[in-house]
Design a protein. Structure first.
Length: 468
């Protein structure tokens, strides 16, 4: 039997993790080629230098309550570099006030009114307190827009001041357009099992009041780019700047058409693993799997911008003793969130500088990406000054645009993901991984990568797909 050749399309964390896992599952000598259309690998993970300090301008952390990311880091020999945030807590700007972000909510949804008492007005709190007494009509397995459901039952304030900014931080989207089942799956499951209200559903999965707090997030000292580098080094051959234009089913295996129309290239492989954003997935599946392509077309994407500021250390005297601030809907500042990086992460306390990260842009705000770097830096500086009084001239800045970086999980998204997977699973030697499926966070993406790699490997090794 010849050794198998697998193409992994997409060099983000999903594609790299899948290639790495394939390397360990397939026989020695198997060929695994990662094809990345852009000039760099890593996708939404990118570490650069800001005032001489490694600084993440994409995803900055991952959930440690899920095992996938920390387990992979440990497997790659990076476990000793895993760090957690400092005790400094986050805040939220809502109703013109900056207050501590409640610690006992599910993306802003509380288990009891007391959990959000410090953020809402008396009227807003009364609406939340009345939610458990409002009859709930919920069909098991159904879905609804998070914002619309919460507004109808618990009022606008809870959405605008907490749920929307928290969901905006994760998905760069709006609560009114995101589906409950995909973004708050534990709450939807609790409702399926008979929870009589949204607060009751949240209470079933939230820790008990007063329970010891454990770290929620982790990252790598030196930046998440270390994970990208380790995966690329351990996985396989990586070819950047080589977009895949078409995917064609062959009698045995698949053919990929690469490069530009002026300089085309063809690659024949035994199997293909697609780990690309929704628009690219829709395009590649249009020929061989039109039903899956149609499903992928239902997933819209959001764009955002990260602006990093290296401020003189003296600015720390005025910066709040917090890890950052989220901005509620309706607040006048241009930014949607700030991370006070040197407060949040011990390893980012560089000598002589204070690192701050500002985020802008949500789904539908395409114009944000079209502003030049100077405008974006000025907007972030003005927002920071309005929120904190810190207006020091930065000693260094960095701007990173993320066009179409985050899938939007609209109501019914779990059905969309199921339709994609069902169609793909019917095709031997084809698999899909990535944020389009079951979560946009790093652990969720790694989980889809592991599952896709295992499926391809099982088919190649035991299914007789390799050609003699």
């Amino acid at each position: 039997m010849t050794v198998p050749h697998v193409a992994v399309v997409g060099g983000g964390v999903s594609g790299l993790a899948a290639a790495y896992r394939l390397r360990r599952l397939l026989p020695s000598g198997a060929r695994i080629t990662v094809l990345e259309g852009s000039s760099r690998i890593g996708g939404a993970l990118r570490t650069t230098e800001l005032a001489g300090v490694p600084f993440d301008v994409g995803a900055e952390a991952f959930l440690v309550r899920r095992r996938e990311a920390r387990a992979l880091a440990t497997e790659l020999g990076l476990g000793a570099g895993l760090v957690h945030p400092t005790p400094a807590g986050p805040t939220v700007r809502a109703g013109g006030r900056t207050v501590p972000l409640p610690s006992r909510t599910m993306l802003g949804l509380p288990g009891s009114p007391d959990d959000v008492a410090g953020v809402l007005s008396p009227e807003g709190l009364a609406r939340v307190a009345a939610e458990p007494g409002t009859p709930l009509r919920w069909e098991p397995g159904s879905d609804a827009a998070v914002g619309a459901l919460l507004r109808s039952r618990a009022g606008d304030e809870l959405v605008d001041r907490l749920v929307d900014p928290l969901l905006g931080g994760v998905y760069a989207g709006r609560a009114d357009a995101l589906g409950l089942r995909a973004t708050l799956p534990a709450v939807a499951t609790a409702l399926d099992h008979g929870a009589p209200s949204l607060l009751a559903a949240a209470a079933t999965v939230l820790p008990a009041p007063g329970a010891p707090r454990t770290p929620v997030f982790g990252t790598l000292r030196g930046g998440l780019g270390r994970l990208v580098d380790a995966l690329a080094a351990a996985a396989t051959t990586v070819r950047c700047g080589l977009p895949v234009r078409a995917l064609v089913r062959r009698a045995h295996g698949w053919r990929l058409e690469l490069g530009s129309a002026a300089a085309p290239e063809v690659l024949d492989v035994d199997a293909v693993l697609l780990a690309v954003p929704p628009p690219a997935l829709r395009r590649l599946l249009a020929g061989p799997l039109p039903a899956a392509s149609t499903a992928a077309a239902r997933v819209e994407v959001a764009s955002s911008v990260v602006v990093g500021l290296a401020l003189p250390a003296v600015a720390a005297q005025r910066l709040p003793a917090a890890s950052g601030v989220l901005l509620g809907s309706g607040e006048p500042q241009a930014a949607k969130a700030f991370t006070f990086s040197s407060r949040k992460w011990e390893h980012l306390r560089g000598p002589g500088v204070l690192l701050v990260r500002g985020s802008l842009g949500r789904h539908g705000e395409v114009a944000t990406l079209q502003r030049d770097d100077d405008e974006l830096v000025a907007a972030v500086r003005a927002a920071l000054a309005a929120l904190t009084g810190v207006d020091a001239e930065p000693v260094a800045t960095v701007v990173s645009r993320w066009g179409g970086g985050l899938p939007q999980y609209a109501p019914g998204h779990t059905d969309v993901a199921a339709a994609i997977e069902a169609a793909v699973h019917a095709q031997p030697g084809l698999a899909v991984a990535g944020a389009i499926l079951h979560g946009v966070g790093i652990p969720a993406c790694i989980a889809t990568a592991d599952a896709a790699a295992a499926r391809i490997a099982a088919q190649l090794v035991t299914g007789g797909m390799m050609q003699a």
